[in-house]
Every structure is written in C-alpha cells, then in structure tokens.
Design a protein around this ligand. Structure first.
Ligand SMILES: *[C@@H]1O[C@H](CO)[C@@H](O)[C@H](O)[C@H]1NC(C)=O
Ligand SMILES: *[C@@H]1O[C@H](CO)[C@@H](O)[C@H](O)[C@H]1NC(C)=O
Length: 198
C-alpha cells in the first residue's frame, strides 16, 4: 500500500474496518438479540407475600421426607445419628394453616442435605415451591441456600421461578412451628416468602 495516495489509503482502511465490524455485528445477532420486556408480556414488577406451613413426615404411612443417603458410620456415631452427609428428598404439602387438613396450596419438592454436626442442625436446601391454587397454579419459585434450624428465624434466598414467577427473586423466612415429634414422626415449619416478580 506504500504507493497509494493518503486518501486511497484511508478509504481502504475504512472499508476494512466496516466489513470487520459488520461481521462482528452479524455473528452477535445470530446468538442473542436485545429486546424489550414488553415483547414477552412483562409489565410492572410487583412484590407478593406468601404465608403457609409445611408438614415434614419422616416416618409412618404418609412419609413425604425420605432419607436417601447416610454418611459412613464413625467409631463414635452410627450413620443414622449423623447429620453431616445425610441427604433427604422431599415432596411436602404446603397448607394455609398449621393443621395438615387445612387448605392445600402446593408442594415443596427438592433435596435437603445435612452440612453440619447434629448439634448445629444446618441443612443446604435446593427446593421448588410448586403452587397449585388460582392464578399461581403451575407456577414455581426456587429456593437455594443454608438453613440452620437451631436459629429461631432463618432466611434463604429465592433465586428464580417459572410461570408467573419468571425472573422472580426474593427471600424466604422460616421458623419451626412444631419440632420433630418422635411419636408422630412429624415436624411443622412456618414459611413467609417475599418475591418480586412480574
Ligand atoms: C386438624 O383439623 C381436623 C379436622 O378439621 C381436626 O379434627 C383436628 O383436631 C385438627 N388438629 C389440630 C392439631 O388442631
Ligand atoms: C391446576 O392446573 C392443573 C393442570 O392444568 C389442573 O388440572 C387443576 O385443576 C388446576 N387446579 C386449580 C385449583 O385450578
């Protein structure tokens, strides 16, 4: 290009730059494209509060909290008494009141793992709240986080959702309404969810 006039040189460089940037734009738009929230029907973000109870039934005929893995036993602790390394799968009814025969509004499904010694009662939970009532029917919220049951009030993040809860985020507050009863095999937990969604 050394024998080109400066003007010609500039033209060539500009054309090269243009074709390069066009190639970049084209390859970007084939992967993702910017759109507005209205394009998929998202309007105003709102905050919804839910209040309900869970009945974890660990033994008996209507079991809804199943232990699927236990840690290896140690010389001092039999596996069944250990918490760290214990994994449960749950499908627990969500009800309006603390009585299990009160109105059912959904299911709490997921995996709960023990992550502490038994004295600290700490779990890591990855669960979905599946709503089955009214306009929430079929929509889910997903909760992921640490739950230390020795604390009166625990907070876990709500990290997303489906259906009317697309793009949801928020937090859950939970407390033990009635601790695990060895006679009935039932523990009752109270939940307050605060979720931002469209
Ligand atoms: C739960 O409700 C049932 C039916 O309404 C009632 O018979 C029972 O006593 C209630 N249980 C408690 C613990 O309140
Ligand atoms: C919830 O949706 C399911 C599946 O579409 C339907 O069978 C059920 O009757 C609905 N329940 C309520 C309470 O609307």
């Amino acid at each position: 290009m050394s024998n080109m006039s400066p003007a010609k040189h500039l033209l060539v460089v500009t054309m090269l730059f243009l074709s390069l940037s066009m190639a970049v734009t084209t390859s970007q738009s084939s992967v993702g494209r910017t759109m507005s929230k209205e394009d998929i029907g998202l309007k105003t973000e709102k905050l919804t509060h839910f209040h309900f109870f869970l009945h974890a039934i660990i033994s008996g005929p209507n079991i809804d909290d199943v232990n699927v893995a236990l840690p290896p036993p140690t010389s001092t602790t039999p596996a069944a008494d250990a918490l760290f390394g214990r994994v449960d799968v749950v499908d627990i009814p969500m009800t309006i009141g603390p009585n299990i025969s009160s109105e059912r509004i959904g299911s709490f499904q997921g995996v709960v793992a023990g992550v502490s010694p038994v004295e600290e009662l700490t779990y890591f939970m990855e669960v979905a709240f599946i709503f089955t009532e009214g306009k929430y029917n079929g929509s889910t919220l997903v909760m992921l986080g640490r739950n230390q049951a020795t604390m009166k009030l625990r907070e876990l993040p709500i990290v997303g959702g489906t259906g009317i809860f697309r793009f949801a985020r928020g937090y859950a507050l939970t407390r033990t309404y009635s601790p695990f009863d060895t006679k009935t095999g039932i523990a009752i937990y109270e939940y307050d969810l605060y979720a931002l969604h469209y």
